[in-house]
Design a protein around this ligand. Structure first.
Ligand code: ADP
Length: 269
């Protein structure tokens, strides 16, 4: 009877798929949904600054703006949109390299405190505008030699410290601290800013996830900073921890291997 009913036979064949095959299909479906969502997100994120810049430039070309001051203001706005677009493309390239595993971590020993001092210098202007302070914890060791990819750890620290400034109140504080163990160093970036609601914490490392979209856009974020941080830290076989209380602040931390020379890791007060 079976051969007379091809539909039923096909049905049976489908049901005979092994669990493994079914899992493969589910994985492919999930990847397809993910790919579509990602493409939609990227297109949207690219379109917003591009349309803004396009609008300003075309208005200027049409000659409608006679006032020189207004013209300068329009040009500055167009430049800001294009800078944002540049940041986004840079972050997308970094993320795609990290995700395809095209890059190897170039491991060396370096003083992470000296690295953070330089980052503080670079971000001081940003912090001062909002009367914020960037500092090391009073008990933080003076020189802390760790092993890692110096350039990429610099990007991690820059992203975490920039976020600690962005998602903070005027007059707020950002602290960096290092806890030196026998084999590894725990790096902390703390702020007394806005904090992150508990249900959002597990999502903040996803691309383009923002707790408060308007707030993040105003402060010039690409929505990719923490996704990059997560990939780089995982590339060092470590992971990022977050503790946060809304209205009180957040602490991001991760571990790196201590560099061999113990004598350089002096704990000074
Ligand atoms: P963005 O470019 O939006 O800053 P990120 O990937 O760096 O993207 O961060 C994702 C989201 O996580 C941010 O939009 C913000 O809502 C939240 N976030 C990150 N760091 C902090 C922090 N230190 N305090 C409060 N919220 C934060």
């Amino acid at each position: 009877k079976e051969h007379l009913n091809p539909l039923r036979r096909i049905n049976l064949e489908i049901f005979n798929y092994t669990e493994e095959k079914q899992k493969e299909i589910d994985d492919l479906k999930r990847m397809e949904v993910f790919r579509r969502e990602f493409l939609a997100n990227v297109s949207h994120e690219l379109k917003t600054p591009l349309f803004a810049a396009q609008g300003f430039v075309h208005t200027l070309l049409d000659g409608a703006v006679k006032d020189k001051n207004v013209r300068t203001k329009f040009l500055k706005k167009a430049a800001k949109s294009l800078d944002g677009l540049n940041d986004l493309v840079q972050d997308l390239l970094t993320l795609s390299q990290l995700e395809t595993g095209d890059i190897t971590m170039r491991i060396s020993s370096f003083d992470i405190r000296a690295m953070v001092e330089e980052i503080f210098d670079q971000l001081e202007g940003k912090a001062e505008k909002r009367t914020m302070t960037l500092a090391f914890d009073p008990n933080c060791p003076q020189a802390v030699y760790v092993q890692g990819d110096e350039r990429r750890i610099n990007q991690v620290m820059t992203n975490l410290i920039t976020n600690a400034i962005k998602y903070n109140n005027d007059g707020g504080h950002v602290w960096v601290d290092f806890e030196v163990g026998k084999q590894e160093v725990t790096v902390f970036v703390k702020d007394d800013g806005l904090g992150i609601p508990a249900p959002d914490i597990k999502h903040i490392f996803e691309r383009f996830y923002r707790v408060d979209k308007s707030r993040s856009k105003d402060s010039g974020g690409t929505g990719l900073g923490l996704a990059i941080v997560k990939h780089i830290i995982e590339g060092h076989k470590s992971h990022v921890m977050v503790t946060s209380t809304v209205g009180k602040g957040s602490t991001f931390s991760f571990k790196l291997p201590l560099a061999g020379a113990e004598e350089v890791n002096t704990k000074e007060q």
